[in-house]
Design a binder for this molecule. Structure first.
Ligand SMILES: [Zn+2]
Ligand SMILES: [Zn+2]
Length: 238
């Protein structure tokens, strides 16, 4: 009986080839899964929807001209002084958020997301870094809070401590199964700071959408004694 050994041989060759490639390219791109010398391949890196050019000084929305307050946030009473994000929420930007949030890929936070976030910051002295908290039950389910992961990495880059221990911002109400309008209403009073904080605080989250969550966290930090709160997220909806 003739035995076709070809597929088996091809499989063995492929294994050797993969092992050899792993020596040179031990990592796979977090977005397209191709072999890459880093957590993001050059092609996906080039496709990152970087927000460049002019933006609103207050909410970070891309604008035609540099403006202290854009049309979108005129009349909106944000709790933070400024908000900024280096990437718009779409394409590779969105996929990186998902890689961190759902795959627990902390390397993308360290290698790609946090450096871009730090690069987007306006030069100023921050006394403390605070992460937008996740409700404890949700945190238990996921095992980590992606905003905390980003806050740790950003804090490491700028050499500032992350707020922790008792003096930490807590989420006292979750937002499960609520409509967008209900979520905006529900976020009011959803956070508590367990102590006192002072100076200029850098507030960190993964995505900025309406700004309601960042705003409510910032208001609570101001109530707890912060002088200024500046928000940074990896992505923003534009
Ligand atoms: Zn890729
Ligand atoms: Zn604005």
């Amino acid at each position: 009986m003739r035995v076709n050994r070809k597929p088996q041989t091809a499989g063995v060759y492929r294994q050797y080839l993969n092992a050899a490639l792993d020596l040179f390219y031990p990592t796979r791109c977090a977005v397209c899964e191709s072999r890459s010398s880093d957590v993001l391949c050059c092609g996906c890196h080039d496709e990152l929807p970087i927000i460049s050019g002019e933006r609103c000084d207050r909410c970070g929305l891309p604008t035609v001209f540099d403006t202290p307050v854009c049309e979108g946030c005129k009349g909106v009473d944000y709790g933070f002084d400024t908000a900024v994000a280096p990437v718009s929420y779409g394409g590779v930007g969105k996929q990186l958020v998902r890689a961190l949030k759902y795959d627990g890929d902390f390397a993308v936070a360290r290698r790609v997301m946090a450096p871009l976030m730090v690069g987007s910051l306006v030069e100023r002295r921050y006394e403390r870094v605070v992460a937008v908290p996740m409700h404890p039950s949700r945190r238990r389910m996921r095992g980590f809070n992606q905003a905390e992961v980003l806050a740790q990495e950003v804090a490491g880059f700028i050499g500032v401590e992350v707020s922790g221990g008792f003096e930490v911002l807590r989420r006292v109400r979750d937002q499960v199964e609520l409509s967008a309008v209900e979520r905006r209403r529900n976020v009011h009073g959803a956070f508590r700071f367990g102590g006192r904080i002072k100076g200029t605080v850098l507030l960190v989250d993964d995505v900025f959408t309406t700004g309601a969550t960042m705003s409510e966290c910032a208001s609570e930090l101001i109530r707890a004694g912060a002088g200024e709160v500046h928000a940074v997220s990896f992505c923003r909806t534009c």
